[in-house]
Write a protein that binds this ligand. Structure first.
Ligand SMILES: *[C@@H]1O[C@H](CO)[C@@H](O)[C@H](O)[C@H]1NC(C)=O
Ligand SMILES: *[C@@H]1O[C@H](CO)[C@@H](O)[C@H](O)[C@H]1NC(C)=O
Ligand SMILES: *[C@@H]1O[C@H](CO)[C@@H](O)[C@H](O)[C@H]1NC(C)=O
Ligand SMILES: *[C@@H]1O[C@H](CO)[C@@H](O)[C@H](O)[C@H]1NC(C)=O
Ligand SMILES: *[C@@H]1O[C@H](CO)[C@@H](O)[C@H](O)[C@H]1NC(C)=O
Length: 436
């Protein structure tokens, strides 16, 4: 080993100072004169060969680049870390040809080591190489592709397993490593990955496995969106669409989503949700109206502090959306009157006597200064609003029995009654951001 270090240093014509701890003789005047800056690589190799063999057998063979390769390979000796040192030395090689020969030989050698199976290692090498300005683009591209291919191969494993509980430590560490790199790497890996897994697995299975992936929110956002845009998923299978939306909703649920995921990705994610759901995240203000009656909007009743379903008044009906998370991290929403500027739509806890088995309607929805959270459930062509605190009541309206003259009060029903009273308890959202 020591002697190959010496060879290497000599090839490169380096007078370095022992920082790399090689026990070598740097002042070999004989060689330093040979390692002329202008010498082409063949000639250098020739002289190295001369020097190496000391004796005169050299003239018999034509020197070949493989000599450099073998010197470098024995220097690296299957030890990835030593490759890093050799790469540092390349900086000091005097001709471009020599440098290129070193880079190429080094890559060949690294491929021989078992560690090439760990894509993070390839990435490290790639990153180090990219600090050198003179690495041939073709070589960079080759190494990059190897990194992408190997990463994709590794990530395939979870998609081919039946268990949704299995863990894959190598996958996790790669994904973790990728959080420090540009998203482009992940994008390229996913493209190769999806080519491979969608050829063998059903789209539904791929979507579901992705739903169990552990990664950063940004990575998961990217992975789901990229999957969404694949041709294989555009066949409109409703189960696949549902599974994808469920993956996206799981992302939105995460309290860090709005902070961590860049807004351009967020925008694309919202765009894949049903319109009502989208508005909850993208609109500044919304109006809440009867899903079938286009002129029946929620806002404060004219005479009382109750909430009514009134005729359209885009000013009074506009609510700012506040988004929050319950303690179990599910999203919840509050609606703050853009007109009154100090009141929310609030449900007062129902008193025990207020409802009984045959009629569980309660008029307990007010305009109040306290914040009040609602849970949004999507379905029946619109949304339903449950009180977030208990999830036992759902907001309904439209039954004239509970009106009072001009005041068309809304009310709550027991949550279990939703399916029997869908029309009464389903609302639509409108974008009222522009309302004054
Ligand atoms: C190498 O040679 C230079 C001058 O040629 C001399 O100053 C230096 O001391 C030498 N170093 C060693 C380690 O022999
Ligand atoms: C990467 O994979 C593609 C597709 O399988 C293949 O054509 C290419 O040769 C591979 N490249 C490297 C560097 O492994
Ligand atoms: C995988 O996802 C499914 C569906 O979302 C879920 O029921 C299951 O608990 C998940 N498994 C793990 C290990 O997270
Ligand atoms: C339940 O409520 C309805 C309507 O408010 C009322 O007519 C009925 O008597 C109540 N039943 C009981 C058992 O309280
Ligand atoms: C919507 O309007 C219809 C028709 O007037 C009514 O039956 C229904 O209960 C209303 N729903 C809501 C949520 O106001």
């Amino acid at each position: 080993m020591a002697s190959s270090s010496a060879w290497l240093a000599l090839i490169l014509g380096i007078g370095f100072t022992g920082a790399l701890d090689f026990n070598i003789q740097t002042n070999s005047s004989k060689l330093l004169t040979v390692l002329d800056t202008s010498a082409p690589v063949q000639e250098l190799l020739y002289h190295i060969d001369v020097w190496r063999n000391e004796a005169a057998s050299l003239a018999l063979e034509t020197p070949a680049p493989s000599n450099l390769e073998s010197v470098i390979r024995s220097e690296v000796g299957g030890d990835w870390e030593r490759g890093r040192l050799v790469l540092q030395l390349a900086n000091q090689a005097r001709t471009v040809e020599l440098k290129e020969a070193i880079y190429t030989a080094l890559w060949k050698e690294l491929q021989q080591t078992n560690q090439i199976y760990d894509p993070s290692k390839i990435l490290d090498f790639y990153v180090q190489l990219s600090l050198h300005t003179d690495v041939p683009l073709q070589l960079m591209e080759l190494i990059y592709r190897a990194f992408i291919n190997r990463s994709a191969q590794l990530l395939e494993a979870p998609f081919h397993t039946n268990s949704r509980e299995a863990t894959f430590p190598l996958v996790s560490s790669l994904v973790q490593r990728l959080t420090f790199s540009t998203l482009d790497y992940l994008r390229d890996i996913l493209e190769v990955l999806y080519d491979a897994v969608l050829a063998l697995e059903t789209p539904l299975s791929v979507v579901q496995r992705l739903g169990n992936f552990t990664a950063s929110l940004t990575q998961l956002a990217q992975a789901n969106l990229q999957l969404l845009s694949r041709e294989e998923l555009k066949r409109g299978d409703p189960l696949v669409q549902q599974a994808l939306q469920s993956n996206l909703r799981n992302l939105l649920k995460q309290p860090g989503f709005e902070q961590e995921v860049e807004s351009s990705l967020q925008t694309v994610i919202y765009a894949h949700l049903p319109k009502d759901e989208q508005l909850l995240y993208t609109a500044r203000k919304v109006c809440i109206r009867n899903v079938t009656d286009g002129n029946s909007y929620i806002y404060e009743c004219p005479q009382t502090y109750l909430i009514c379903s009134n005729v359209r008044d885009s000013k009074k009906a506009a609510y700012f959306i506040q988004r929050g998370h319950s303690s179990d991290s599910r999203p919840q929403f509050a609606f703050y009157s853009a007109f009154w500027r100090n009141r929310y739509i609030l449900m007062e806890p129902a008193t025990a006597t207020a409802n009984n088995a045959t009629n569980s309607i309660t008029k307990n929805v007010y305009s109040r200064t306290n914040i009040n959270w609602w849970r949004v459930v999507y379905g029946n062509g619109g949304i339903s609003l449950y009180d977030a605190a208990t999830e036992k009541s759902v907001l309904c309206g439209g039954d004239p029995l509970h009106w009072d003259g001009e005041e068309h009060h809304v009310y709550t029903r027991h949550a279990s009654e939703l399916s029997a009273h869908q029309a009464e308890c389903t609302w639509a959202l409108e974008d009222c951001s522009e309302a004054a």
